[in-house]
Design a protein around this ligand. Structure first.
Ligand code: ZN
Length: 294
């Protein structure tokens, strides 16, 4: 992890003799890339880092191909925080907060609010789950969500380091595979072992070393890891959709007033500019497209 060239990885593992599965995710590049250019206070960086780790861990607990979106929203100083990702572990994030935000518990930061988890498979039905944000930490909130939604014993450990340009975010997850009565004892055993992990170790030691240190007698078996990357996925074309929601006259009036229409991607902060010629072409194309569809 300390090596700048080490990719950000999500490892899944099981145990030879124990009915529990686990995951460990460690990120640096993708986390720093999504914070870049945003002026986030440390507490917002921390929450986004935790949310990023949760999103990655969750994609691996649910078998699907498509998009995942985990969003915190409320009336507190951190009114909005979101991570968008997909099963390829391409992630992006953004947040809205008050300038005078101070470190605090999740209820202190979010106020009255909730977490919305949306999974949109490429094929099949969209799933949306809502979790309360009434526990002190995000890890506790997400454990509560698992308890209520899947009724499976699940523990989550999260750690972040918000150092400028050298931030790190990491997480671990244990989930019971309740096929045998023994699974409960297995879970309790592994949970106690995992509880000994220090944030420092989770953030800085290679995943395999973390697992060897924690579970050396329990023979964890690792699957091929998945790389996590920062990927915004926005484009001029997708952004232009927002303009088409206006009427042509309103769009032209905006251009007359301001010179052009500027739309900033809330995730990567790329500015997209559309002038009168662009807007005319946009509306012409969209009219032609709807003609050809009809
Ligand atoms: Zn973007």
């Amino acid at each position: 992890m300390t090596d700048k060239n080490t990719p950000d990885l999500l490892h899944r593992y099981i145990f030879e003799q124990r009915h529990v599965r686990g995951e460990i995710v460690q990120m640096s590049h993708s986390y720093n890339a999504m914070l870049e250019n945003h002026q986030y206070p440390d507490i917002v960086k921390q929450i986004l880092g935790e949310l990023l780790a949760i999103t990655s861990l969750l994609t691996a607990t649910i078998k699907f191909e498509g998009d995942i979106n985990i969003q915190l929203q409320g009336d507190g100083p951190l009114s909005y925080a979101v991570v968008n990702g997909n099963n390829k572990q391409q992630m992006r994030a953004t947040a809205k907060f008050k300038d005078d935000i101070k470190p605090g518990t999740i209820p202190e930061l979010i106020g009255s609010g909730y977490m919305v988890i949306t999974i949109a498979p490429d094929q099949g039905e969209r799933y949306q789950g809502v979790a309360a944000l009434d526990k002190d930490s995000l890890a506790l909130c997400i454990e509560d969500y698992f308890k209520n939604s899947e009724q499976l014993r699940t523990r989550v450990w999260l750690a972040t380091d918000t150092s400028e340009h050298n931030g790190k975010s990491a997480g671990m997850l244990l989930q019971i595979l309740p096929v045998e009565a023994k699974a409960n004892d297995d879970f309790t055993h592994l949970e106690a072992l995992t509880n000994t992990i220090k944030n420092e170790e989770l953030l800085n030691l290679p995943a395999k070393e973390v697992l060897t240190r924690l579970y050396h007698e329990d023979n964890p078996v690792l699957f091929e890891p998945q790389e996590i990357t920062y990927e915004c996925g926005c484009s001029r074309e997708k952004t232009s959709g927002a303009i088409l929601k206006l009427s042509f006259d309103d769009a032209m009036a905006l251009i007359e007033e301001r010179g052009d229409i500027e739309i900033t991607c809330q995730f990567c902060l790329t500015d997209y500019h559309f002038d009168a010629v662009d807007v005319e072409a946009l509306f012409k194309d969209s009219a032609e497209q709807s003609d050809s569809i009809n």
